[in-house]
Ligand binder design. Structure first.
Ligand SMILES: [Fe+2]
Ligand SMILES: [Fe+2]
Length: 311
């Protein structure tokens, strides 16, 4: 049995995939990751007669390092994402071409962030490697999502990754890191557009099912980095710094896509579709309320301890 037998929508969406693959290939730059790394700063570690790593060698703040490490380890888990996408989208036709092209582009992200961190001594290399091993062994299991659920999830996830890289770049206060992360964020943006267009087409083919997929993706969104060792602690640190928090997630990731898809204007819905629309509205309200509480608590904590806010 092929993936097309499981989900006839794969066949119905193939023309959209083909069209967007062509558009993507025409707009994606063949950028060179080695051009973003300050190789001249590199030096040996202890085993090769150099200096062992220590935190004060880094020009990045602890929070900037935590954000870069989390972004890197999330990117590192690419073999799992490749396997998940391959089994959901299949290997046939334009879907298969997209999965491999996307994987090749994503492969640059981890390698150049790692090169940057090692060369600039921005991460403890032993811990980073142990965390990479743990992350890949944990793997990433998307829970066997149906096709439309996978497309909705990756739309949000690619945009979340773009925002996270871009905001991390701004926070680093290092022009080299910022240039590198801005470059990566441009890739993530193109990935987001690819999936956003697929969901747009799916809304026309199967509006109720697609709305259900979007509502579930919003309500149950989990970052792929959640399997990284120390994720909860790093995520709090990153949220406290405003690099990626619930407000950013609601305002800069969830809402722009929902507005683009005009989810609350969708026509031709059956009872399930209308229910999905109501569930989505409730999930948004809950997310917005959680975001407001988080921002308020953070402001109160920062007012009480004004010097403790910049890690
Ligand atoms: Fe990436
Ligand atoms: Fe991406």
């Amino acid at each position: 049995m092929t993936a097309w037998d499981t989900w006839p929508l794969l066949k119905q969406l193939e023309a959209t995939v083909e069209e967007n693959l062509e558009r993507h290939l025409a707009s994606a730059d063949d950028w060179m990751p080695h051009e973003y790394v300050p190789w001249g700063e590199g030096r040996n570690f202890a085993v090769l007669g150099g200096e062992p790593w220590s935190a004060e060698q880094s020009r990045l703040s602890p929070t900037a390092r935590a954000a870069l490490e989390l972004n890197l380890l999330t990117e590192d888990n690419l073999p799992s994402y490749h396997a998940e996408l391959g089994s959901t989208f299949g290997r046939q036709g334009a879907w298969g071409v997209w999965v491999n092209r996307w994987t090749a582009e994503e492969g640059r992200h981890a390698s150049c962030i790692r090169d940057y961190l090692l060369v600039t001594r921005g991460a403890d290399p032993d811990r980073l490697e142990r965390d990479r091993m743990a992350t890949l062994q944990a793997g990433w299991d998307s829970g066997g999502k149906p096709l439309l659920h996978a497309c909705a999830y990756v739309s949000f996830q690619e945009l979340a990754t773009r925002v996270s890289h871009r905001n991390t770049g701004g926070y680093c206060e290092d022009p080299i890191a910022e240039k590198l992360l801005t470059r990566i964020a441009m890739d993530e943006n193109l990935h987001m557009i690819f999936y956003r267009n697929l969901v747009q087409a799916a809304l026309e083919i199967a509006p109720s099912q697609t709305l259900r997929a979007i509502a579930d993706a919003v309500a149950g969104f989990v970052m792929p980095g959640s399997v990284v060792p120390g994720f909860a602690r790093k995520a709090v640190q990153i949220a406290q710094a405003g690099i990626y928090d619930l407000r950013v997630h609601h305002d800069d990731v969830i809402m722009p896509l929902l507005r683009h898809w005009r989810v609350f204007d969708a026509a031709g819905l059956d009872a399930d579709g209308e229910q999905a629309q109501q569930d989505l509205a409730a999930a948004l309200e809950a997310l917005d309320a959680r975001a407001a509480r988080f921002v308020q608590r953070r402001a109160e904590a920062q007012a009480a301890h004004p010097t403790g806010q910049n890690g």
